[in-house]
Ligand binder design. Structure first.
Ligand SMILES: Cc1cc2nc3c(=O)[nH]c(=O)nc-3n(C[C@H](O)[C@H](O)[C@H](O)COP(=O)(O)OP(=O)(O)OC[C@H]3O[C@@H](n4cnc5c(N)ncnc54)[C@H](O)[C@@H]3O)c2cc1C
Length: 317
């Protein structure tokens, strides 16, 4: 891929853009080719061109759940973040809400709370975009982005279309989008009527709790590993976990990691803090190679002690 040729296809293309500042982890090398996209129509146009010219690309959004490598492959990195006015449209009467995928999730959550619509308030404080949240079925405190989702607007490489929520195959931090190369362009939710004041109060309480785990400015991609479903665990392992730790059928991986003693582990500028065993922090200038090495040590310790495999919640690219 030559920059000169690529610029003919994409006049707005940039070269050699450092990707780390576009991620919550502040990690990753230099993108050889770079496009910043501000609305879904432009995104589809760019992807069609890339596909027609057989050009490899990678689309991401808020960068809050990603670990990019220190040396990025020769691809076009496409950062899709919509202008906030691209919008949330809410129809209070029918309680239907539409949001474009590239919109910050916080704007969608805030708009629904303000308009007295319940169903998103527990998602307060989750960084990233609406599309990123749909991709990973983001959730917290008993709510997920897919709970009230009715349909999803996608580009499947051929057509732009709306598909019903069932097509999304949502489960705990999983969706069909992790398996298919589809773009998420938007979503439509059907929310319940609530009281703005109460919803706002809940949202504030949640943000307060979250700020204890994720201090503002912290460099991390959220919880590193997925929690485990109690129903998936061998009885031998379950017996070793205090009943009060199992909430909503889930075993916090943080607990297992704490038991195996990962708190305080360090590798270069990367470390596991002493207050939460399922976090991997970049203390500044950290490298992906150290993140992966530390994550492997953590996995191995859990495997050695409990004979179970823990899986990344973050996307390692
Ligand atoms: C401090 C902190 C706290 C967090 N807390 C939570 C939490 O409580 N619960 C939770 O679930 N998550 C949490 N996360 C993780 C993260 O915020 C969510 O996964 C978020 O939804 C990711 O959105 P994003 O826009 O940043 O996606 P990105 O990180 O940019 O991308 C993630 C994946 O989604 C894909 N993607 C993004 N947009 C699209 C699109 N439009 N079409 C197709 N694919 C797309 C990308 O290719 C990538 O594979 C936290 C992260 C941080 C940093």
């Amino acid at each position: 891929m030559q920059a000169k040729l690529l610029k003919k296809i994409f006049p707005e293309l940039k070269t050699k853009v450092k990707i780390a500042p576009f991620t919550a982890f502040d990690i990753g090398g230099t993108a050889p080719f770079w496009l910043e996209i501000r609305d879904k129509h432009k995104l589809v146009e760019v992807i069609k061109k890339a596909q027609a010219n057989h050009l490899p690309y990678f689309v991401f959004a808020g960068g809050s759940n990603l670990v990019f490598p220190d040396k990025l492959p020769k691809k076009i990195f496409i950062c899709y973040r919509a202008k906030p006015r691209a919008g949330v449209t809410h129809f209070i009467e029918s309680k239907l809400v539409y949001a474009e995928a590239g919109l910050p999730l916080a704007i969608l959550v805030g708009a629904t709370i303000k308009n007295g619509l319940a169903g998103f308030e527990a998602l307060s404080g989750i960084p990233g975009t609406v599309g990123g949240a749909i991709f990973g079925n983001a959730g917290a405190y008993g709510q997920t982005i897919s709970d009230k989702l009715v349909e999803i607007e996608i580009f499947d490489g051929q057509d732009i279309k709306w598909v019903p929520v069932a097509t999304g195959q949502f489960s705990y931090r999983a969706s069909i989008f992790k398996k298919k190369d589809w773009l998420i362009l938007g979503g439509r939710w059907s929310l319940a009527k609530g009281e703005a004041k109460t919803l706002n109060q809940k949202s504030r309480e949640i943000i307060k709790m979250r700020n204890k785990k994720y201090a503002p400015g912290i460099k991390c991609p959220g919880s590193y590993f997925k929690n485990l479903l109690a129903s998936d665990l061998p009885k031998k392992v379950l017996k070793q976990i205090p009943a009060e730790k199992i909430i909503g059928g889930k075993v916090p991986t943080g607990y297992l990691l704490e038991v195996v003693g990962v708190k305080g582990l360090k590798r270069g500028k990367i470390m596991v803090p002493d207050y939460h065993a399922n976090l991997i922090l970049n203390t500044g200038g950290g490298k992906a190679v150290d993140v992966l090495a530390l994550a492997n040590i953590m996995k191995q310790k859990v495997k050695d002690r409990f004979n179970i495999k823990i899986e990344e919640e973050v996307r390692v690219i």
